[in-house]
Design a protein around this ligand. Sequence first.
Ligand code: KIV
Ligand code: ZN
Length: 509
Amino acid sequence: MSNRVYIFDTTLRDGEQSPGVSLNVKEKLEIARQLARLGVDIIEAGFPITSPGDFEAVKTIAREVRGVTVAGLARTNFTDIDKAWEAVRHADQPRIHTFIATSDIHLKHKLRLSRDQVVEAAVAGVKRAKSYTRDVEFSAEDASRSDPDFLCRVLEAAIEAGATTINVPDTVGYATPDEFAEFIKYIMNRVKGIEKVVLSVHCHDDLGMAVANSLAAILAGARQVEGAINGIGERAGNASIEEIVMALYTRRDRYGLETGINTEEIYRTSKLVSKLTGMDIQPNKAVVGKNAFAHESGIHQDGVLKERTTYEIMNPTMVGIAHSNLVLGKHSGRHAFRSRLVELGYSLSEDELNKAFARFKDLADRKKEITDQDLEAIVENEIRKVPATYELSYLHISSGTTVVPTATVGLTRGEELLEEAACGNGPVDAICKAVDKITGYSCRLVSWGINAITGGKDALGEVTLRIAENNKERLYMGRGISTDILEASARAYINAVNKMIYEQKNPDM
Ligand code: KIV
Ligand code: ZN
C-alpha cells in the first residue's frame, strides 16, 4: 500500500456551507490560489448546480489554478453532473465528485428511494461522469450510519461503473475512531475492486472527533482524506486539514506516511480563510490558534527558553509562524517597512505600498510598537480589498451615559467629500446610519465582533461585521482595524458596503 496520503480540500464547498459564510468569486479564487501554494492535491471548488455564483467560481478556479486537481460536486442526476463538468472541464486535472445517500434514514425520509433505486442512481451517475472524465469520485453520503452490507453493494457497483476514488463520509459526525477504523477495514476486505481505487474519508466534527476519525481511517488504509482549513464546514465543521497534516508529520514515527503539503504555508492559509470567511480562529485552536505556541506558566517559559522541545512538539516556523514579533515604530522609514513586508511574504504594487505605508504611519502615531501581526492586518484588511467606492475621511462621535449617541461621518467618493450626521441606539448604530445616509443604501447589521490583534492598551482592534441590504438575504462581511474600536467599526462597515456595491456592479466577479 502506498505511503502517500492525498489531501482533498473542501474549504470552498463544505467549508463555505458554514452558517454566515458567503464568498464571492474573487475571494474563492484567492483562497484556491493559496490552497495550491499550500500543496493540497484536490481543491473541491464548489457545487456548480446550486447557484450561478458557485458555477462561475468553480469555472474560474478550474481555468486559473493550474497544477492541481479541481473537483466540482454533483448529485447523481445528469443535470448536476453535466453542470459540474461544464464548470471543471478546463482544469489541468478535472474531477467530478458525485454523491448519493446510502443510510436507511436518508433513503426513507429524504430521498424516498428504495435500495435498488439508489444503486441504480449511483451507477448511472458515475457512468455519466465517466463519459466526461477519467477522474470520478463517488461518495456514499451518511455512509457511517448505513447498513454495511448495503454500503458495500453500492460501493462495488460504483467501482464497476468507473469510479476512481471512493469516499466514505461520516456525514453527521457520529462515528468513533475505533469503530470508524473497523468500518474502513471491513470495506477494504469486502468490496470487490477496492484495491484499484483510492479509498477516501470525509469526517464531520459534531462530536469533536473528525480529526481523530480521519487519522484512524488512515491507519486502517484510507489514502485520501477530506477536510477544510480551520475545520470550517456544515454545523460543527469538517476535519481540520492543518491538524491532520501536522499530526501525520509530527507523528511520522507512528504513521510513516507522507503528504504533499508545504507546511510553511499553513499559517498564511489559515489567516486568509479566516479573513475572507469572517470566521475567527479560536485562540486555543490546535496548530493555528493564537495560543498554540504561547507559554503562559513560568515553569513552561523557563523550560522553553532553556530548550524549546521541552514544551513544544512542533516548531512554529514549520507551520509558517514568523520568528520575530517586534518590528517597527514611528521612526521607521519606508525602506524598513518595505523590507519587513517582503520578509513576511508580501509583494505589493507601488500604489499598494504607498497606501500601506500611509496607514502604517497613521497607526505608528497612536501605537508605540508595530508588530508583524499589525503589519499583516494592515495589508490583509486595508490594502487587499475590493476597489473602494467610499473611503473614510473622518469620524466624529458623541456618546456617553446621558447623551443620544450621534455620529458625524465624512466619506470620500473619488475627489468628492460627502458628509452626514445621524443618531442611533449606540455609537455603532449611529455610524451605520450616517454611512447609509451618504451611500443611499439601507442595510441591516447582522453581526459585529471585535478582536485585539496584539496585546496592550494600545492594541489594534479588528472589527469583523456582516451586513445585508434590508429585505435581502445575501451577507457581506467587512473588516476594519484601528486602535479606536468605533473607527474600526466604521472602516469595517464601509468595507462591507464597498463589497456590496462592487458585487452588484460586477455580478460575475
Ligand atoms: O458530509 C458529506 O457527506 C458530504 C458529501 C457530499 C461528501 O459533504
Ligand atoms: Zn460534508
